[in-house]
Design a protein around this ligand. Structure first.
Ligand code: FO1
Length: 321
């Protein structure tokens, strides 16, 4: 495996959202050399807040790969403080979305560089290289695509639903505004073209992966790819590790299990790694022609992340290549 992955053509492309996907990204980044891993990140969560361009999932992956992430939340910077937000609150401003003092530096730089005419991909490259992130981290598009939810409490932008309302409203419809006009960046297209394996991370299928797939050309390229395409289940024993995935699946009448996840990713997958706790589903999933592996997929420690990454690479090499 190690040798094979050092061949120039070998190239893992990982699609992720925020916290859960970032953990797998870290595991893969620790075992794959630069040049062998590209991470495509959801930007449907991006928004303008207090005049700043915030790219939460890009930052979560960037901070995770640079070992700067706050380990308690999985997002934001470690050892950050909230002095600026306290002033915002004092002025009666919107403090429901918490921007740490150090984290503000990232948003200031991103906003400034974008205003100078750099693309989000170029800005992300600059920030990542300053933080020592060696593997390319690509926003899904340089064009604005914004996740909007119609809920039982009205229409909400993603962060209003997710953070302000703590994902309690019932989602009736999810849209990715701007996606029809968006294009994938050249870098995203090149990564998919050169991929030797495409991995969908254990991220929320509806809120993190679907926005990526909504960018014209990305879904089509994955559907027609002739390389192994695999996912890590975001559901373990009927529950999401974090966030609203299980709640949303139940609300949509989807089976809250890896079977429901596979069904959602129809035509996009050749295999799935599910948790040992869902091992009894393997026969059912394999009967529809899908490869499976049952593993401990909960990633709590650094070792868990590396172990899952190595297991994934070996499993694909041995069973799907
Ligand atoms: N998540 C929260 O639950 N509350 C916050 O106040 C919050 C602030 C925040 C600031 C910067 C950033 O990069 C991420 C932040 N997140 C916060 C996480 C973020 O909203 C979500 O994790 C993602 O958008 C979903 O993947």
């Amino acid at each position: 495996m190690e040798e094979r992955l050092k061949k120039p053509g070998d190239h893992v492309v990982l699609l992720v959202g925020g916290v859960g996907g970032a953990k797998l990204a870290l595991g893969l980044a620790r075992v794959l050399p630069p040049g062998s891993l590209t991470i495509i990140v959801n930007t449907g969560d991006d928004f303008n807040h207090l005049g700043l361009h915030i790219s939460p999932d890009v930052d979560t992956v960037m901070y995770t790969l640079s070992n700067l992430v706050n380990p308690k939340t999985g997002w934001g910077l470690n050892d950050d403080s909230l002095h600026a937000m306290r002033m915002v609150r004092r002025y009666g401003g919107p403090d429901w979305f918490s921007l740490g003092d150090k984290d503000l530096g990232t948003h200031l730089m991103r906003t400034q560089l974008l205003s100078e005419g750099l693309t989000l991909t170029e800005v992300t490259g600059k920030l990542c290289s300053a933080l020592g992130v060696e593997h390319p981290l690509l926003p899904m598009s340089d064009d604005p695509v914004r996740t909007v939810l119609d809920t039982d409490q009205g229409t909400l932008n993603f962060q209003e639903y997710f953070v302000r309302e703590r994902w309690q409203p019932v989602a009736r419809d999810i849209r990715f505004e701007g996606s029809e006009k968006a294009t994938p960046s050249e870098a995203v297209l090149a990564a998919l073209e050169q991929a030797s394996m495409i991995v969908i991370g254990p991220s929320n299928p509806f809120l993190s992966i679907d926005p990526i797939l909504s960018v014209p050309g990305i879904r089509e390229r994955i559907e027609s790819a002739s390389v192994p395409r695999v996912a890590i289940s975001p559901i373990i024993a009927g529950k999401a590790v974090k966030g609203p995935t299980a709640k949303m699946m139940a609300e949509m009448g989807i089976d809250v299990s890896p079977v429901g996840v596979i069904d959602h990713y129809r035509n996009l997958l050749d295999g799935i790694i599910l948790d040992e706790a869902d091992g009894t589903l393997r026969d059912k999933i394999e009967s529809i022609g899908m490869h499976t592996s049952a593993q401990q997929i909960l990633m709590e420690t650094q070792n868990d992340k590396i172990r899952l990454a190595v297991t994934l690479l070996h499993w694909v090499e041995e069973n799907l290549s």
